[in-house]
Design a protein. Structure first.
Length: 504
């Protein structure tokens, strides 16, 4: 392999076999023993003094001062960042099990995806010329037929695409629970655990089917009582409150046009009683704004506030159609936003007022959204699209800078998920979730500023991606799963769904 191609490969001390085994143990827990908390914590403790040293890379820390190093180092100790700075790592470090020469690379925090719908991987490329409501009507009949094998394949496909592109933390908003479909929440959590990605399951719900004036088929919705009970059970079984948790759960009824006001209100009360975050779709399209005025006599933001859905523990997807009063309400309450620029463009929803949200102090992260409205399924492309689409709005060239876009995809995502003490920036004591992007290839080598190269250039290759100090991507390929097998499985399940719904 040429020297330029070895940009983040091992040299020096050989990894002890026990290091990889300890890294394989997940750091998170699930309350019913799903991830065996004691075993994982023991594995973390064993690895606590084992160090990985990364040197000779540019570093964008995305800390409060936006500290950057043209050539620096990071020292990972177990599952945390021990130190970082300019130049080479200090001499005399003990128990260094691995050294990485990252010449030609940029190190950043791992990307944080704040909004997704994994199950939609099986319905990509359909209804490509529809607005949101028409798109939902076209696809709900297929989504109402998903089951556990389909969700498993779709989750692994969605996760694989994101993870190999630099995502280390992902949130999935799953709200379709057809009767008899199996344990879909558990399936999603297992897929994320196997992939090695930090995960928030936003356990969604819908209780307004077609017979009650909603968009989804009646077969795909739950009763209010069942939705509340199942959501609470998911939180109690899977939500982990510990520092460094690999699995968290949020309460997440779908949207104003598929959820009753009572389910919205009681979901907020339930989430706060359980001590978890809240998530939903909000102000995505002009049609939604019109719907809220017709049904509730008010706009989406005022409706959400009347049902208890504004607050520091809440984040909403899209938030495209917001006026000054709406933005002020989000800023006053600390409500967060998952900005999904590609999906907003795909469904012709509009351009979110991200510069105004940021100026007001609203927490904003990035989201892929479902892959039926963002077929690429990658978050690193959203850095570029957030900047470019934003500049089509009234702020033009001052809308976002490259560094603001990177902050949206890292620290902003951590803000939205309530995890800034753990992830989102490269700082001593934080979790070792980071990415090495290769910047010395044809695609980027003539761009002197590595952050501008990452955001504005072509999608940069990921040489290495770490979660909890465990490497999960190497030279653009997953280390935790077989990508070819995932491709075969997703294709088979997509065809199976097509046959069931008569689209084959």
């Amino acid at each position: 392999m040429a020297a330029a191609q070895r940009g983040a490969t091992e040299r020096g001390a050989t990894e002890r076999a026990g290091t990889e085994r300890a890294g394989t143990e997940r750091a998170g827990t699930e309350r019913a023993g799903t991830e065996r908390a004691g075993t994982e914590r023991a594995g973390t403790e064993r690895a606590a003094t084992e160090r990985v040293v990364i040197e000779n890379c540019a570093i964008a820390t995305v800390d409060a001062q936006d500290t950057e190093y043209a050539s620096g180092h990071l020292v990972l100790a177990g599952h945390r960042i021990e130190s970082l700075g300019t130049g080479r790592a200090p001499e005399g470090l003990e128990n260094v099990v691995r050294r990485i020469d990252a010449t030609g690379h940029l190190a950043t925090p791992g990307l944080v995806n704040t909004h997704h719908h994994f199950y939609q991987w099986l319905t990509r490329g359909l209804a490509t010329d529809h607005n949101l409501f028409d798109w939902l009507v076209a696809l709900y009949p297929a989504w109402a037929r998903i089951d556990e094998p389909m969700v498993d394949a779709a989750a692994r496909g969605s996760l694989a695409m994101m993870v190999r592109g630099g995502v280390t933390t992902a949130a999935d908003h799953h709200y379709v629970f057809p009767r008899g479909a199996g344990d879909l929440s558990g399936t999603l959590i297992r897929a994320a655990r196997d992939m090695g990605v930090r995960f928030t399951l936003a356990r969604g719900s819908m209780d307004l089917g077609e017979k009650d004036g909603g968009l989804p088929p009646d077969f795909a919705v739950e009763t209010l009582e069942d939705a509340l009970a199942a959501t609470e059970d998911t939180v109690r079984r899977h939500h982990d409150t510990s520092f460094g948790a690999m699995t968290r759960v949020a309460v997440a009824p779908c949207s104003p046009f598929s959820v009753s006001t009572e389910l919205m209100r009681q979901s907020a009360e339930s989430a706060r009683g359980l001590g978890v975050r809240l998530h939903t779709h909000g102000s995505e399209t002009v049609e939604e704004v019109k719907f809220c005025h017709e049904q509730f006599g008010t706009g989406p933001t005022d409706y959400f506030e009347s049902t208890g859905w504004l607050g520091e523990d809440v984040w909403m997807a899209h938030c495209v159609h917001m006026n000054d009063s709406d933005i002020a309400a989000f800023a006053r309450t600390g409500t967060g936003v998952a900005h999904c620029p590609s999906s907003n463009a795909r469904l012709a929803a509009g351009i979110a007022r991200v510069p105004d949200l940021l100026a007001a102090g609203v927490p904003v992260g990035l989201g892929v959204d479902g892959t039926a409205s963002n077929e690429a399924g990658e978050l690193h492309t959203e850095l570029r699209n957030a900047l470019l689409v934003g500049r089509l709005g009234p702020h033009r060239e001052t809308a976002l800078t490259a560094r603001q876009a990177l902050r949206l995809g890292t620290y902003g995502g951590a803000q939205v998920l309530g995890r800034t003490a753990e992830i989102g920036s490269l700082e001593p004591g934080k979790l070792a979730d980071l990415v090495l992007w290769r910047m010395d290839t044809l695609a980027h080598s003539s761009i002197a500023d590595p952050v501008a190269a990452l955001v504005l250039g072509a999608a940069a290759p990921v040489t290495a991606s770490f979660v909890n100090g465990r490497q999960i991507v190497e030279d653009g390929r997953l280390r935790t799963a077989d990508e070819d097998e995932i491709a075969r499985s997703t294709r088979a399940q997509a065809r199976r769904l097509a046959r069931i719904t008569g689209r084959a």
